[in-house]
Design a protein around this ligand. Sequence first.
Ligand SMILES: [Cu+2]
Length: 386
Amino acid sequence: MVMGRARLAEVVVSSIGVLLIAGACAGSGDGLSGAVVLATPDEAEAILPADDASPPGNAPDRPGGSFGYTRYVFEEVGDRVITTLVEGPLGEQVRVPVSYQELRDLLASGGDAPELRLAQGDLKTLVSQLDSVRESTERYRDFEAAIADGFFQTTDEVPNMGAHFINLGRSLDGEFDPTEPEILLYVRDESKRWELVGTSFILSTEQVGSDHPDAFAGPLDNWHIHYSVCTGATVTSRSATREECRAQGGIWAPTLGWMIHAWVWVDNPLGVFSMWNPEIPPLVEAGEIRPSRSAVIEDGDSRTLSIVNFSFESGQARVGESVVWTNVDGVPHTVTAGSRGVASGGYDSGLIAPGQSFVLRFDQPGQFSFTCTLHPSMTGTVTVTE
Ligand SMILES: [Cu+2]
């Protein structure tokens, strides 16, 4: 993960420079992260919400943003683009990819890491809170013990995240207690046994309010809120309109409250509070990696689109040009015709391993939407003109 670490250097987001999502900023190589750009002051003013928990006043007309890396994520839901995730406080956010083990090492060495904006006392408190999370969930490495204590499954296994098992009693108490995470994350091992990989906390906005929770010590815990959540007959939750959700027999909720992951079982190189953990399956099996179908562009021009931070760049091309997707993320992704993780038929890259590319030539004009079949929140478009 060394490459990934270097790329994810410190990103500090201030309240003035509210992040706008660059779904519409095709091919901008601003070097910041490829997926985000700073809004102009006017734009920031227009989208500035009333409080930490509220979506911005305006949504862009294209989906965009990447979970865990931008303050807002906008998705195409039905025929609209809506805010589906808000993350972090309106004030300064500190996002440094520091894992639980690295925090422990830092504390043990008495070292200083100014980029964490964490006073020594806060570092000590934070590590002790995380130790509590781990100690208190030790007994849930036995999956049956979790079920016996009232945890039940609410999502399928999410790639690089795991399956979520929630405890409603804890969720409804409205209290942050590091010894009582509301959610446990499990993945199935080779022998199909559930293995504890992480924990997650949830606090309802009704109980704790719209201000970002002041829970774990220090500024690293950027809590998020999902909006317009549909939990269907199959367990996986996703964002949907109320009508669409009902039509499919799901249960719709406007929000789920403040949430955050705490990766204390499988150490996360993207950070202890990161949404994604690249150490969680699916990991790339060498045999599963299909070589890019046309790694060499024989003739004509090409456009390059990066895949970074669990997010696609959208872009433009002329008829006859090729588009090259390069995966500069720490985990594999796919480029598949379709949207929201669902293939519509047509092109499909197969797994693109970190560092690999996929090339596709467009011979017809039109708007082509593509998605990652591993991460349904990832959708992008290529607009092809004559
Ligand atoms: Cu992906």
